[in-house]
Design a protein around this ligand. Structure first.
Ligand SMILES: Cc1cc2nc3c(=O)[nH]c(=O)nc-3n(C[C@H](O)[C@H](O)[C@H](O)COP(=O)(O)O)c2cc1C
Length: 190
């Protein structure tokens, strides 16, 4: 069982990174092989909407996204972590998501499985936001659910924490950390 963690925050060691680490620790404690990619360390250009992928199912832009496609194909579980930035996912995360348009093309135009060989992939979403308001995570959830649906990744749930702003503040919330650890265990047991 391979678990791919995707760290979408530009603030390394911040709240979503801490939660992601706990989820991956939980998954590893159940024997999963875990790997994290840190989007802010990668060069991923935004989608150019050149439509080249409609013919090939591949993105012609040769940057670090090519490695992300490979890692996604190899993963059985995907844990996507992004804080809220202006209600949505971070720019780093959205750039990656838009580049999955190539796999949308593979699926809907070329009638191929988006991530190569079909298997039961599952995905978990982690987010935090500084505000405390109803429906806080809905725009980000809509984006992430749409991504997982296009990639045939079963939506396995989410870990969402509001009112979290200061760097590392989530580390002072043992219940949140425990919830994340258990979510990681469950993700690979299911
Ligand atoms: C550019 C930017 C936009 C933000 N927009 C929101 C927002 O719309 N809603 C919210 O609740 N918090 C917002 N925040 C606060 C972050 O979500 C919050 O600080 C979070 O804890 C950061 O997580 P991280 O440490 O994983 O980066 C924003 C922060 C930044 C830097």
């Amino acid at each position: 069982m391979r678990v791919l963690g995707i760290a979408g925050s530009p603030r390394q060691g911040g709240n979503t990174d801490i939660l992601l680490n706990e989820v991956l620790r939980g998954a590893a404690s159940r024997g999963a092989e875990v790997k994290t990619i840190i989007l802010s360390r990668l060069k991923i250009a935004p989608c150019e909407h050149c439509d080249a992928c409609l013919e090939t199912g591949k993105c012609k832009v040769m940057d670090d996204m090519q490695m992300v496609y490979d890692e996604m194909e190899r993963a059985d579980r995907i844990v996507l972590a992004s804080p809220l930035h202006f209600m949505g996912v971070t720019a780093q995360t959205k750039a990656m998501i838009d580049r999955f348009q190539a796999l949308w093309a593979r699926k809907y135009r070329l009638k191929l499985p988006p991530l190569g060989k079909k298997r039961d992939r599952k995905g978990l979403f982690i987010s935090v936001g500084a505000r405390k308001t109803s429906h806080l995570f809905e725009p980000a959830l809509a984006t992430v659910k749409s991504l997982f649906a296009v990639l045939d990744i079963i939506y396995a749930g989410e870990l969402l924490f509001e009112g979290v702003d200061e760097k590392g503040a989530i580390a002072r919330n043992p219940m949140a950390l425990n919830q994340a650890f258990i979510a990681g265990q469950r993700l690979v047991e299911e």
